[in-house]
Design a protein around this ligand. Structure first.
Ligand code: G6P
Length: 608
């Protein structure tokens, strides 16, 4: 979703801003822009489309030592140049903003009545005019931002510059993340530290409600009560260059192939030879887990599918009641919290607006504790939850989530054991699950050897308009995730059904133009699934079955079998995810879509 980068330095910062925007491209956007202050003059340049297009039109006049930049994902108003950020008021003040100002209509009316003329349809432009108005009343840039903030309802991460105060950026955070990057004689800010890794490894994360200003030599922060505060400086080690496809054609393919390694990283330090290491959950975790009598999972998108799989594990193996719900529904529904319920959020980014809102809501209710399964250590979900079980997927750049999902499943299986050893999981069962987890990275690597074979069948999907994905039991959410991947990146309409529901509706759609994908491990539902698939064959449907080698499927007319290596049943949902990801990937490549940044989608959805 939208991205913010800003810099104050003693050198031209236009390249730093463009590089920062490029590093945020993966989040999804449809226009981009920069505002640079040079010798007391504000220069703004915006373009619809990619950052590369913006970079091309920047000329020598677009230089400066202070500036802000933005990638916009359209919410209020179409993706046009006028609606792109930065927005301005007069010829000296510019603003970039992530999030949504909910009272923008009343602000627009008020500001219009005071003579402000709006150049865009956006909510953000009201912020620019409001700050301008407050400065006209005699306030400094910082005072004006401080006075404007209480007037804004909704979510924002924003940054403001003024040409008359050319060595300062003022920024504020409420509901949308912002981080300051500290340099030597220069300072930066961004909505995600990834944007600044080329210039610094020292970061200061703003808290909810913080207002901050950066100059070349200082950074100052005020908390929600207006008191000046110090926030810790965090050093982020590790590989800075996320813009590296490592020889793969797309980030998505690279990330699919990273899965054996990142699943291994996620297991690291959490498994003994025959038991899980509960102390790896963090201080006080055992006391919290002791209290848990039921689980409520809340998440969005792919992370929600991980939650659906976990429900089968937590109820079926751990013996604990578990409910799972998409965050956008959960947060607006009245529900009953039973005593001893653990609220579990699942999120790659840790910043998804609905999931974060659900966590904040839950903290006011009677949950016994909150735990997040998350991939970003500095994220809001991690900061605001009692416990965090980190997935070690590393930065995921492809908008369609792959390695984040399988590492979430890995972490959730570990959580299942941690909870279940207090209920239905005995030592023998725990040892069996731990053994399956130990061999999982190797099994995943074998599944990736199917790549060429899957590429071979993908072409037959490229001219289809619809596809059906079927699974039973715990493989139903895997079929859902397979369908989601296909629609996200190839734009083919794909639906998933529990195979037993086929004859209650979707069978009417089946004909010889309808590919039907089925997930068929050798489990206790295999025979039931086979009868469902015969119903498809009898109607001329084209079946593609991802089947355990021992499941007894054979290639025949209308039935293509993709043999998946055998695995322990408990980890089969993780294993079967990989061939489905490869199928979507190759179909999208055949169709020529933008695999890593599919149209209309964002990596991190920080607005409702
Ligand atoms: C967006 C992304 C999805 C992701 C979902 C939830 O829709 O495109 O890939 O699953 O948000 O994101 P989260 O970061 O909370 O897992």
């Amino acid at each position: 979703m939208c991205g913010i980068v800003g810099a104050v330095a003693d050198r031209d910062i236009s390249d730093i801003l463009i590089e920062g925007l490029k590093r945020l491209e993966y989040r999804g956007y449809d226009s981009a822009g920069v505002a640079l202050i040079d010798q007391g003059k504000l220069n703004i340049r915006k373009e619809v489309g990619k950052v590369a297009a913006l970079e091309k039109v920047l000329s020598a006049e677009h230089a400066g030592h202070t500036g802000i930049a933005h990638t916009r994902w359209a919410t209020h108003g179409k993706p046009t140049e006028a609606n792109a950020h930065p927005h301005f008021s007069g010829d000296k003040l510019a603003v970039v903003h992530n999030g949504i100002i909910e009272n923008h209509e009343s602000l627009r009316e008020e500001l219009s009545s005071k003579g402000y003329v709006f150049a865009s349809e956006t909510d953000t432009e009201t912020i620019a005019h409001l700050i301008h108005l407050l400065m006209e009343e005699g306030k400094s840039l910082l005072e004006a931002v401080k006075a404007a903030i209480p007037r804004l309802e909704g979510a924002y991460g924003l940054a403001v510059v003024h040409a008359d105060d050319p060595e300062r950026i003022v920024c504020a955070r409420s509901g949308s993340p912002l981080v300051l990057g500290l340099g030597f004689g220069e300072n930066f800010l961004a909505s995600d530290q990834l944007a600044l890794r080329q210039v610094t490894d020292r970061f200061v994360y703003l808290d909810e409600g913080d207002i901050a200003e950066i100059t070349r030599t200082s950074h100052t922060i005020w908390n929600v009560d207006g008191q000046q505060v110090e926030r810790p400086v965090e050093r982020i080690q590790g590989k800075a260059d996320s813009a590296d496809k490592g020889g793969y054609r797309h980030f998505m393919l690279k990330e699919i192939f990273e899965q054996p390694a990142v699943v291994k990283n996620t297991l690291q330090g959490r498994l003994g030879s025959d038991h899980i290491l509960e102390q790896s959950f963090g201080n006080g975790a055992s006391d919290i887990l002791d209290k848990v009598q039921s689980v409520q999972i809340v998440a969005c998108g792919t992370s929600y599918h991980a939650g659906m799989v976990a429900k089968y594990w937590i109820e079926g193996i751990a013996g604990i009641p578990c409910r799972v719900e998409v965050a956008s529904e959960f947060r607006y529904r009245k529900f009953v919290v039973s005593p001893g319920t653990l609220l579990v959020t699942i999120s790659q980014s840790g910043e998804t607006a609905d999931t974060l809102a659900a966590l904040r809501l839950a903290k006011e209710l009677d949950y016994c504790a909150t735990l997040t399964v998350c991939n970003v250590a500095q994220s809001s979900l991690v900061r605001e939850s009692d416990l965090a079980l980190m997935t070690e997927a590393g930065p995921e750049i492809g908008v369609a989530s792959t390695k984040a999902f399988t590492t979430q499943l890995t972490a959730l299986l570990i959580l299942t054991v941690a909870l279940g050893r207090r209920y239905a999981i005995d030592k023998v069962k725990e040892a069996a699950i731990v053994s399956a987890l130990h061999s999982l990275p190797g099994t995943l690597a074998t599944a990736l050897e199917l790549d060429d074979e899957i590429c071979g069948i993908a072409e037959t999907f490229a001219d289809k308009h619809h596809a059906l994905f079927l699974g039973r039991g715990i493989q139903w959410p895997i079929a859902m995730e397979g369908a989601l991947k296909l629609k996200e990146i190839s734009y083919i309409h794909a639906e998933s059904y529990p195979a037993g529901e086929l004859k209650h509706g979707p069978l009417a759609l089946v004909d010889d133009d309808m590919p039907v994908v089925a997930v068929a491990p050798n489990d206790e539902l295999l025979e039931k699934l086979k009868s469902n698939l015969e119903e498809v064959q009898a109607r001329g449907g084209q079946l593609y079955v991802f089947a355990d080698k021992q499941a007894g499927f054979k290639n025949e007319s209308g039935l293509t079998v993709i043999p998946v290596p055998h695995s322990e049943e408990i980890v089969a949902p993780i294993l079967y995810t990989l061939p489905l990801q490869l199928l979507s990937y190759h179909v999208a490549v055949f169709k020529g879509t933008d695999v890593d940044q599919p149209r209309n989608l964002a990596k991190s959805v920080t607005v409702e």
